[in-house]
Design a binder for this molecule. Structure first.
Ligand SMILES: [Zn+2]
Length: 332
């Protein structure tokens, strides 16, 4: 049985016929090209010929999606990584927050959609903002900062916020996990005040990293990523829901350099998928643990590659091809 992150992915032959799919949420196309198969799943990743949007097809039911998130996905006691990784991640996280809300006055009302264990909420509260979070998993949100108001709900709409309530909505590496991206954005538009902004950060399916890595791409994260957004698809979706794109950012120190290393390792035959990621999180893949020399080798590869891949991530960001992107839409 593969670990949480160890499901294998295969590229499908490029000459497979297109299949009928529910209308593309970004461009309404009704056909899509099967691109990848996922270990242990009937569903495939199919790609829209109109806007490049990837999706799981057929889309898993809500119940199936819930099964993709066992308790260990969220980490123990509100911690996701081993301490030596968790500390710098929190530092990088704090820098992120400054970037996300630097223009907001104290007391501004900010919503984190899919707030998980509440790392972002604490940082928002530290900056004197009114922090709100909505989360699907009650267990995940347990232990969130008491200064934040957290609602547990299966979808944003069901959290029941009033109209024009928030100054900013943040959807941080969550959008690709949601079954209905258009319904989510429509609800974001409703709860944002006019002129308020939504910040959406997702892996970039149109990036150089995604195209180079193909089935080995770290950020495919099967089966939890239900959608794989291209910049074109994001732009169209935001526009359709009255949140036209006003900014895009292509550099992420936290996500992009690591994606290069792990995607490259995923192309090495015989190495379990995402072995380095599992090693950094929990000390190693579950089931049969990797032998010590392999664990040491993985860590050595990561340290040696860190400098070059940070450089690579700077270059891809300059070319507006970040492996993950952060886009900003403003409510009309
Ligand atoms: Zn499309």
């Amino acid at each position: 049985m593969p670990g949480l992150y160890g499901r294998r992915v295969w590229s499908l032959p490029p000459d497979l016929p297109e299949v009928d799919v529910p209308p593309c949420p970004a461009c309404d196309a009704r056909r899509a090209r099967p691109a990848f198969a996922i270990e242990g799943l009937e569903a495939r990743i199919v790609v829209c010929p109109g806007c490049g949007l990837g999706r799981m097809h057929p889309m898993p039911t809500e119940e199936e999606v819930r099964a993709f998130y066992p308790a260990e996905y969220y980490g123990e006691e509100g911690r996701k990584f081993v301490p030596i990784i968790e500390a710098p991640l929190r530092l990088v996280g704090a820098r992120h927050v400054r970037f996300l809300v630097r223009d907001l006055p104290r007391g501004a009302r900010v919503l984190d959609v899919g707030c998980g264990r509440g790392v972002l909420l604490s940082a928002l509260a530290d900056r004197g903002l009114e922090a709100h979070g909505v989360e699907l998993s009650e267990a995940a949100a347990r232990g969130a900062d008491p200064r934040a108001e957290v609602r547990i709900a299966p979808t944003l709409a069901e959290a029941g916020y009033p109209d024009a309530f928030f100054d900013r909505v943040i959807i941080w590496h969550v959008f690709e996990h949601l079954r209905d991206p258009r319904a989510t954005l429509a609800e974001v538009r409703r709860v944002l005040r006019p002129g308020g902004e939504v910040v959406v950060s997702v892996p970039n399916f149109s990036s150089a990293q995604a195209r180079w890595a193909g089935a080995a791409w770290f950020h495919l994260d099967p089966p939890r990523h239900l959608w794989h957004f291209t910049l074109d698809a994001l732009r169209r979706l935001l526009e359709r829901e009255g949140l036209p794109l006003v900014a895009e950012h292509h550099f992420s120190l936290r996500q992009n350099p690591f994606g290069w290393v792990q995607s490259a390792l995923n192309r090495v035959p015989g190495l379990p998928r995402n072995a380095l990621y599992e090693l950094l999180q929990t000390g190693g893949p579950p089931g049969a643990p990797l032998p010590l020399p392999q664990r040491l080798a993985l860590r050595a590869v990561w340290l040696a590659a860190l400098g070059p891949v940070v450089g690579l991530s700077v270059v891809e960001a300059a070319l507006r091809s970040g492996a993950t992107v952060c886009v900003v839409g403003r409510a009309r």
